[in-house]
Design a protein around this ligand. Structure first.
Ligand SMILES: *Cc1c(COP(=O)(O)O)cnc(C)c1O
Length: 456
């Protein structure tokens, strides 16, 4: 059979509030035209993020009841540690409350003022943590990864020549190199096994450790299975094991491929890295056998990590991305190609081509999707990434994108059909939507809280 269906039955439901267009226009006005300021209950389809928004399985809910809340050495910790060692082969495992806590403790213990940290693309929390420690984060993505219309299979790859040049220039200042799978900042694009191996080989010549940002390691394993020669007959868990075999350490947010609502980890092989990390963990997060999480979270994560590596789950997950993308392409709606692992990106620059970049076509599209259908997406464009130049003039971002991120196991095909209908309606009336000005903004991270007004 050709139909790919959700590989689960629904045992518990959460009602979705159906709103009218009039209510939504009012909510947007009350939120100063910024969807971050709208209460979640008024978002019919909430695609703000795939982080911590997934649904747990019956096995996870059952595991939750097995949580051992002992302070030290609980049974739940033993299970968590064994699961992560099974997948990663790492010598040391440390739980943290989120991915960014693992990043911040890594920066605290291994990064000093003046260091340089290469990555394919730093995620924003990683970049901020490295900068806070006084380091310079560098993005060494391949050029094809920067081109929204290039159909290359592994657009998350690091550029090996850029890495070699970076080492030639900064060698003494690089405590480690990172690689992010999949590349969230670049649209959830995957990294190939060959690229991870090539990066490791270059680093080995200089004795530089490799740290993986493994938030979406299971989705990346699936892409390798589908797209890279020699992996078609392998289990996803074996592909994941091979990926981890090339790295010296890893950070992870378990709110993504941990299929949990909270959690993170740091793993490493080197005792000299583990010792200071452990001490910092005790100070900041908690005792090393729970690290900021409850025993029940450790149980849920142990099950979730294995479920994320189930092939049928990944087939279905990827099919949702492809389903939406294909329908939009058929209708001539501009999107970023090919599809990433966890989101579809609309190209707002081409979608709202009557709106000047500094009148925020991405915000116009985000707000139109909310107004027409209660869909909440997020702008990745001149509001999120815009810069002020030396003369105080605002600079547009090179890309104006709107990300529709998919919570895991939450929405069914009819929700996707509804999204397609709403996006098409907005597309058909696109010229009627105005641009925006910012009337109030904070200095940093303005997209979360700034106020907009429609340009009349
Ligand atoms: C989400 C994410 C993080 C940070 O994890 P949190 O759990 O949100 O702190 C780091 N890196 C990448 C690639 C992510 O997607």
């Amino acid at each position: 059979m050709k139909t790919i269906f959700e590989p689960f039955r629904i045992k518990m439901t959460e009602p979705i509030r159906i709103t009218t267009k009039g209510e939504r226009i009012k909510k947007l006005e009350e939120a100063h035209q910024n969807v971050f300021l709208i209460d979640a209950e008024f978002c019919t389809i909430d695609l703000l993020t795939d982080s911590g928004t997934g649904a747990m399985s019956s096995r996870q809910w059952a595991a939750l009841m097995m949580g051992d809340e002992s302070y030290a050495g609980s049974k739940s910790w033993k299970k968590f540690e064994a699961t992560i060692k099974d997948i990663t082969g790492a010598k040391h495992v440390f739980p943290t409350h989120q991915g960014r806590a693992a990043e911040s403790l890594l920066a605290l213990t291994q990064v000093k003022e003046g260091d340089v940290i290469p990555n394919n693309s730093h995620f924003d929390t990683t970049r901020a943590n490295m900068q806070f420690a006084g380091a310079l984060p560098l993005d060494l993505l391949t050029d094809e990864g920067l081109d929204p219309e290039n159909e290359a299979p592994f657009k998350g790859n690091m550029d090996i020549d850029k890495l070699k040049n970076c080492i030639a220039e900064y060698k003494e200042r690089i405590p480690f190199c990172m690689i992010t799978v999949t590349n969230n900042t670049g649209g959830g694009q995957p990294v190939s096994m060959a690229n991870i191996k090539a990066v490791k080989k270059v680093l080995d010549e200089h004795g530089i450790p490799l740290v993986m940002d493994a938030c979406r390691f299971a989705e990346n394993s699936y892409f390798i299975h589908e797209r890279e020669e020699g992996y078609q007959d392998k289990e996803l868990i074996d592909i994941a094991r091979e990926m981890f075999s090339y790295v010296d350490a890893a950070t992870m947010s378990l709110k993504k491929d941990g299929l949990a609502n909270i959690g993170g980890f740091f793993i490493c092989n080197d005792d000299e890295w583990a010792e200071p990390f452990k001490n910092a963990l005790i100070l900041r997060e908690g005792f090393p056998t729970y690290g900021g999480l409850a025993g029940r979270d450790l149980e849920v994560i142990s099950v979730g990590l294995m479920e994320a590596l189930e092939y049928d789950y990944q087939v279905y997950r990827h099919a949702t991305v492809e389903y939406l993308l294909k329908k939009l392409v058929e209708k001539g709606i501009p999107v970023m190609r090919p599809g990433g692992g966890h989101a579809v990106f609309l190209d707002a620059k081409r979608f709202m081509d009557h709106i000047d970049p500094l009148q925020y076509p991405g915000i116009a599209l985000v707000n139109a999707l909310y107004e027409e259908g209660g869909i909440r997406g997020v702008e990745l464009g001149s509001v999120m990434f815009g810069q002020i130049d030396d003369e105080g003039k605002e600079q547009a971002s090179p890309l104006e994108l709107v990300r529709l991120a998919f919570p895991r196991r939450v929405y069914t095909q009819s929700h996707f059909d509804y999204m397609i209908e709403v996006i098409e309606e907005v597309w058909n009336k696109r010229k009627t939507f105005p641009g925006y000005t910012i009337v109030k903004q904070p200095k940093l991270l303005r997209h979360f809280s700034c106020h907009f007004e429609k340009i009349k």
